[in-house]
Write a protein that binds this ligand. Sequence first.
Ligand code: ZN
Length: 159
Amino acid sequence: MSAPAASVDELRDLYRELILDHARSPRHFGRPGNYTHCAEGINPLCGDKLRLYLLLDDEEIRDIGFEGAGCAISMASASLLADTVGGMSKAAALDYSAAFNARLAGDATAQATQSAIDFGKLRALEGVREFPSRVKCATLAWHALRAALNTDPHAITTE
Ligand code: ZN
């Protein structure tokens, strides 16, 4: 705790670097060899489009991957999502997703539940709150995550 506090500008630079890093080299990019759930997310306002794949076993996310194309924020958010929720239980991932969306939406009523959650690197995306049109870019992958988790796994095997 003895390190000097970073200025707001320095933090923003760090966050910008983190977002660009994840956008340029997305983690978990590609379709996993096996998956049980998937959902597509489209943000027509920006042209972001992605498909999220999950391998669930015993209600736990054993593998995760995504494909798609979009702006740096949408790709970084999907990459950070994959890094974050891989290994979580379905219930924990849904809770986390709801809390993250509420945080980006500036939902004050959700503050209490959010305080128990460590958003870690996802804090890098909080800057989009100043740009309402970009919030959809940052939350796209999270909407896809909820859609995928709420999909009946048997319904997508016919695709
Ligand atoms: Zn976008």
